[in-house]
Design a protein around this ligand. Sequence first.
Ligand code: NDP
Ligand code: 8X3
Length: 248
Amino acid sequence: MRKQALITGATSGIGRATALRLAGLGYDITATGRRAERLAELKAGIEGSGGRCTTLLFDVRSEAECRRHLGPLERVDLLVNNAGLAAGLEHIDCGDTADWDAMIDTNVKGLLYVTRIVSEKMVAAGAGHIVNIGSIAGTEPYENGAVYCASKHAVHAISQAMRADLLASGIKVSEIRPGMVETEFSLVRFHGDSARADKTYDGVTPLTGADVAEAIAWIVQLPAHMNVNDIVLMPAQQAGAYYTHRKK
Ligand code: NDP
Ligand code: 8X3
């Protein structure tokens, strides 16, 4: 039987790369996101290479939409909880509360809505694997990032607790906590200001979405008795949230 992988936020960056990598491993892909053309392009790419891909267009911030789109899925062997964003980068007294809502509603509540629906199916099946995309921001809070860091601290806590919750049901839970990955992340964080976004990667060779997808591919191919609880993945020029060596 072909394995079924559900990847949230597969229209760009880490999610898109993961969909392509897992399709290459023979998974049937269900890819989600809010941009229809991107999903159609991904589906065409996977099917053009002989894979199978279903797309679901919805916003993970809506519990009703999550239920409508994910409720009917018959089986999910692998869930990659990837959809997320940072919005804004400023001190707490200057933050935009709409940005805060977007981050908490997507990174925390969206992940929970999706997990609630899919984990119930996995428990009924007595098997499954959930990979949560956390961040180094989930353990290293940094200046200007209070709410993003809080949302990823939540992902880190949820990952640890749900691993315990799902242990007896034979469901693995892994968390990947990357450092700097060049995707649309910074463009989104800076609300479309590409000059500011590009500066994030000045003098650094960052990770790519494909690098993170490679780690996911490794984790999901491990023997049944083995799990990666937590992995921190960094560019070689970054030692943590506070230390980046930029070449002039
Ligand atoms: P991208 O901006 O390239 O991708 C984000 C994805 O999330 C897109 O597919 C986007 O799809 C989706 N998404 C965002 N909001 C929603 C929503 N409300 N409903 C459904 N889908 C949504 O960034 P990355 O690939 O870098 O980010 C992926 C994950 O990796 C995030 O959780 C991020 O926090 C995390 N991460 C990123 C790092 C980095 O340096 N890039 C480092 C550590 C962690 P669409 O807009 O079509 O809905
Ligand atoms: C994204 C990486 O350094 O902006 O999670 O927290 S960072």
